[in-house]
Design a protein. Structure first.
Length: 190
């Protein structure tokens, strides 16, 4: 399999199903941002973190490839007129979202209550989590914009929303694990 095809040299790319669109198309922006997020999760996974978190991150990366495939598919080519699936597209399931919620609950049980917003930082690994969280929020914004014009399965939107929350809680957990200081944001008095 060749990496370069030369078919995108004129500024277009093919969706799954063959439809060609400009590389700045909102669908491309959406799954491109999910791909960027996935790369940051790989960076977090290479840090000195606990094995369980690494395993969950691998699972999330797998789900993000699924999510990217969903976003990269031309909806007109994904289904036949009868409603049956034409392309074999994986799905984001309710259980994928529930796993993120369960993991957040487990992490939160060991963390002190949050009384203020927290400034990102304190440790490189924690900072990578915060960067991933903000990229996830951007992916969510891009995907909700796409959803306004081409409806997306609601599980995709829910997964991105929950994943950004998960990454915030993971950052807090890693702060605790790595003895990094959490700096609270306390607004200045006027």
């Amino acid at each position: 399999m060749k990496i370069y095809t030369k078919t995108g040299d004129a500024g277009t790319t093919a969706l799954f199903g063959g439809t060609r669109v400009p590389k700045h198309n909102m669908r491309i922006e959406s799954y491109g941002t999910v791909d960027e997020l996935n790369s940051y999760l790989g960076l977090i996974r290479t840090q000195e973190i606990d094995q369980h978190s690494k395993e969950i991150l691998i699972h999330i990366q797998d789900r993000l490839f699924t999510l990217g495939a969903i976003l990269a598919t031309d909806p007109a080519k994904a289904k036949l007129k009868s409603g049956k699936e034409r392309l074999n597209i994986p799905r984001i399931e309710k259980e994928d979202i529930e796993l993120l919620e369960k993991e957040m609950d487990l992490m939160n049980d060991s963390l002190p209550p949050m009384t203020h917003f927290i400034l990102p930082g304190g440790n490189s690994t924690v900072s990578y989590c915060h960067i991933a969280r903000t990229v996830c929020r951007r992916a969510e914004r891009r995907t909700t914009l796409l959803n306004e014009n081409e409806p997306i399965n609601e599980q995709v939107l829910m997964y991105l929303n929950r994943l950004s929350d998960y990454l915030f809680v993971l950052a807090r957990k890693l702060s605790k694990d790595l003895n990094a200081e959490e700096t609270q944001w306390i607004p200045k008095k006027l």
